[in-house]
Design a protein around this ligand. Sequence first.
Ligand SMILES: Cc1cc2nc3c(=O)[nH]c(=O)nc-3n(C[C@H](O)[C@H](O)[C@H](O)COP(=O)(O)OP(=O)(O)OC[C@H]3O[C@@H](n4cnc5c(N)ncnc54)[C@H](O)[C@@H]3O)c2cc1C
Ligand code: FES
Length: 261
Amino acid sequence: MLEQTVQIISNERDTDAYFRLVLRAPQIAPLVQPGQFAHVRVTPLKDALLRRPFSIFQVGGDTFSILYKTVGKGTEAMARMRAGKELNVIAPLGHGFTVPRPGGETPLLVAGGYGMAAMYLLAQRSPQKGIVFVGGRRRVDILCEREFAALGWDVRVTTEDGSRGEKGLVTQPLLAELKRGASGKKLYACGPTGMLKAVGKIAGEFDVPAELSMDEHMCCGVGVCLTCVIPMKAGGGWEYQRTCTEGPVFDSRRVLWETAK
Ligand SMILES: Cc1cc2nc3c(=O)[nH]c(=O)nc-3n(C[C@H](O)[C@H](O)[C@H](O)COP(=O)(O)OP(=O)(O)OC[C@H]3O[C@@H](n4cnc5c(N)ncnc54)[C@H](O)[C@@H]3O)c2cc1C
Ligand code: FES
């Protein structure tokens, strides 16, 4: 983990409210593992000390990138930043996904909206190709479909309004796939909490392992403030764990949904 001021190489709109930010960070880029995140200080904000967490989307040479959706004042300020400006980041942070082993379980990736961003490095570094289930409300929420296909993955798209792919929720084609045969498969998911909960339930029903990237509000990002804790099963009881350090990726069997915030 390093704290560095890095230069913006590009910051371009992808679709609708989504942007891709590429940062030159030669010391950080080689350290990144799939599912880890960067904590970004959005310099133009008055309260710039409050950082924003973003999954590390892609790594290339001495750069890494973030795929983000503008949802509030931090991300809107980020979207206005131009190439050549600098940003302070702490990265890579968190405990990421377990990269599949050669000859191991077939990976089934499940992503909702910007959850795709956490999945790309996993797909790229996995020696086993599998299926990526991508879901969103509308076609503009379907990100990186071609990039996953270019990695040789089978991409299955769903939208809630039916404007792209199958109409419905991303868990529908996942369920259909597992009904065809669940043995030897492993799920990896990132997206809204409702989707993660559904994926965790499906994993339990089919008795397949699942790793979920839990997207909680964060403050310090480095394990000090306890803003990001969620309840996890531990021994015969439960305990709070920090999504910024023990997570954001957790084994679905350990997540205690009943008491989750
Ligand atoms: C580990 C992790 C990885 C993330 N990766 C990505 C990513 O790859 N791309 C991306 O676009 N976003 C990602 N996020 C969410 C991102 O951090 C928030 O969208 C961002 O902090 C919002 O900042 P803001 O100032 O624009 O919004 P604010 O003004 O702070 O909030 C605007 C709205 O966004 C909601 N919001 C704020 N933070 C979160 C959050 N953590 N989760 C869900 N809703 C939130 C608020 O409740 C509010 O409704 C990630 C979050 C975490 C914890
Ligand atoms: S965000 Fe501070 S402990 Fe996790």
